[in-house]
Structure formats: C-alpha cells, structure tokens
Design a protein around this ligand. Structure first.
Ligand SMILES: Nc1ncnc2c1ncn2[C@@H]1O[C@H](COP(=O)(O)OP(=O)(O)OP(=O)(O)O)[C@@H](O)[C@H]1O
Length: 362
C-alpha cells in the first residue's frame, strides 16, 4: 500500500461519448495546485477520479499511499482514501449544528491519524462564534467555511476543492478568499483546487496545471504559465503577469507601497503599511501596461520600468499582446496594433513599460 514518493501522482484515462480525459499529473506534496481551464475541459472529472468517485483507468498515488493501480489491480474505495472534498455548494447536514457537522468529518478516523485537531480547523476558519448555529441560519460564505473545516477535520492527505467560491457573489468570495490563503500558508496538506477564475489562481496557486479538452497543456509555476504567450491564460481580458517582490517602504502620507522586484521598483496604493522586506506577489493586468520608447516625462502614471520586448502576438480585433522581460521578470502589455506599428516595435527592442494599476495578489 505504501511507496516512497511524496506528492501526488495521477495518471488517468477516461473515455466518454464525446470526451476523452488523458492526463499524467505530478503535483507537489504541499501548497495549492490549481487545475485551470475552460468549462468542460475535465477539471471536475480529474478530481472525481482522484477521489475514486469516478472510475478512470490508471494509477493514483498520494503522499506515498497507492489509491489505485490498474497494473496491480488495486483500488481503494472513496471512503478509505484519506481526502477532504469541498464542492461548489456546501452540502451540510441540515439537522446537525455547525460543531456536529465538523465533528462528522472525524468519524471513522483511527487514533493517530489526526494530523489536524478539530480546534485547529475551527480556529483556522474562525468558526468559534458559529459552532451552535444551524446550517440554515448561516450565510453562503459561512456555510462554505464550515464545509472546509469539516473536510480538514478528517485529517486528509489531500484536500480537493471544486470551485469552492463559484456559488458565492463577489462580496462573499472576498470574505472567504483570505481563509483559503490562510490555509495555504498554514497547512502542509496539499490542496488541488479547481477554478476557472484567473484572479483566484493568481492569489492562491503555488503550482498550476492548465487543462484543455481533457489534456494537460502546461504545468508549473503560476507566474511562468500565466505570462506564456503560447498558452491561453496570457490572452483574454484578465491576462496578467505575477510579479514576485519585497516591500521597500510604505509612505504614510500618500498611502503608497514601494515594492522592489528584479526589474526595478513598483509603487502601488495600499491603505495599510507592510513591513519592509516582506515578500509579496503583485498582479499586473496586461491591459494596464502601456509602452513608450523613452522614459515617460510629465505623466501621472507613477510606474515606468525598463524592459525588453520578447515577443509580440497579434490578437483580434486590432490588439497585440506584448511579452516583456523586465530584469528577469515577465510582464505583459496589451496595446493596439496601430501603436505597435507607429512605434515600429519589434522583438529585442528596449522600451519602458508604464504600469497604470497594480493589485496585491497576496
Ligand atoms: N456523468 C457524465 N456523463 C457523461 N458526460 C459527462 C459526465 N460528467 C461530465 N461529462 C462530460 O465530460 C466532460 C468534462 O466534464 P467536467 O465536468 O470534468 O469538466 P469541467 O472542466 O469540470 O467543467 P466545468 O468548469 O463546467 O465544471 C464534459 O464534456 C462533460 O459534458
């Protein structure tokens, strides 16, 4: 039943009437691995097959435990796989209060396998004030936090989350996201997180798998995959680069945070200070970046960093996506094809990238 390798390996093959899933995944043993791709590409099927809810052919190994191996005819039923599953909509037991719902996750758990105390799950999701409440008295965001705590209380070897924010409106999403980030920072349980929101991926993922038509078209570091012009994430309205940097200073008067990265310094609006030296990830949307031949003068835009053009891809209608190298960090700029022509931009050119707006991804 046990192997030596850590992390998650899943080789899965599934054939349906007009869909074929054929993937070979190697996911790290910690952090959040996001499965990202358009509707119908097979994300949920992958999660269900890993959980044993769907019978795909192949092999699944999690944290050294073999859950499925067709070659040796091994198959663990779902209830014997140590996993937590969080669905789009929290399916709590209506007749049990919050505490009992969370405790339910611990049934059947042999002593000694409780990696995470129930109290820790309650504390991580800030559920102490809600423990005596009935599910129907909770908001959608609160219900989803209870569902996550219930999944964690089972001390899973992996937490599978299928678009856990999809059923929530914008405000509720914003309420739950910080808890997910907290889990990512605090727990050493690997999470496989299905999403089709680039913003969630930017904020949560430490490893990214891009799926299309049942196949993996790219996997690796999110910052790298999000900005690759040959992959779909770099296109579309939400295309953005992820910039890794650290805090230089916070200006109290202007509420501006200065962040150093490999290509220079960026400034962004921040209501609250952050300690100097703190590592941060910034999200810079391609549509917020413009290009200039010379360092801009007399502009209201605070950020202009030197960069070299790596690649220019035409995007309909009349748009171009420019991939830039700013001191080793990749940035994306969406500009009009006319500007591109008028400035005579070409690969290898040195330019200045003006960045109009920057968001914290952490
Ligand atoms: N029970 C089923 N029977 C037959 N076909 C199915 C079944 N479940 C899913 N499919 C089909 O398999 C393909 C993959 O579906 P899946 O739900 O895994 O995609 P997804 O990427 O999770 O999509 P979404 O983002 O819309 O949830 C789709 O073509 C879907 O129509």
């Amino acid at each position: 039943m046990s192997g030596t390798s850590t992390g998650i390996q899943a080789r899965l093959h599934l054939r349906r009437a007009d869909f074929v899933l054929d993937i070979d995944l190697q996911l790290p043993g910690s952090g959040v691995s996001a499965l990202f791709g358009p509707s119908g590409c097979g994300k949920t099927s992958v999660l269900r097959a890993i959980a044993g809810l769907e019978r795909a052919a192949g092999r699944v190994q999690v944290d050294g435990a073999l859950w499925q191996d067709d070659a040796t005819r091994q198959w663990l039923p779902t209830h014997r796989r140590r996993l937590g599953y969080v669905f789009q909509e929290a399916s709590l037991f209506a007749h049990l209060n919050v505490r009992r719902n969370i405790e339910y996750g611990r049934r059947r758990l042999p002593a000694g396998q409780q990696r995470l105390a129930l109290e820790q799950a309650v504390e991580l999701l800030a559920l102490a004030p809600l423990l005596a409440r009935a599910p129907h008295t909770l908001s959608g965001g609160e219900r989803q936090r209870v569902a996550i705590a219930r999944a964690l209380a089972a001390s899973p070897q992996v937490l599978l989350m299928d678009e856990p924010l999809a059923a929530l409106d914008g405000a509720r999403k914003a309420e739950v996201l910080p808890y997910l980030e907290r889990l990512q920072r605090t727990l050493d349980i690997p999470v496989i997180y299905v999403s089709h929101s680039p913003e969630e991926v930017a904020r949560l993922a430490t490893h990214l798998v891009l799926l299309q038509d049942g196949r993996v078209i790219g996997q690796g570091a999110p910052a790298e995959l999000m900005s690759r012009h040959d992959l779909p994430l770099a296109h579309g309205d939400a295309a953005a680069a992820l910039v890794h940097g650290h805090v230089l200073a916070w200006d109290e008067r202007d509420h501006l945070l200065s962040v150093a990265f490999s290509g220079g310094v960026l400034h962004l609006a921040a209501a609250l200070p952050r300690p100097p030296g703190q590592a941060l990830r910034l999200r810079v949307l391609a549509r917020d970046v413009s290009l200039a031949r010379a360092r801009p003068q007399g502009s209201t835009i605070l950020n202009a960093v030197p960069a070299r053009i790596e690649h220019i891809a035409a995007e309909a209608p009349g748009q171009a996506l420019v991939t830039l190298d700013a001191g080793g960090t990749r940035l994306l700029a969406r500009i009009s094809q006319r500007s591109c022509r008028e400035l005579g931009l070409a690969s290898g050119d040195e330019v200045f990238a003006q960045v109009k707006s920057i968001a914290l991804a952490d």
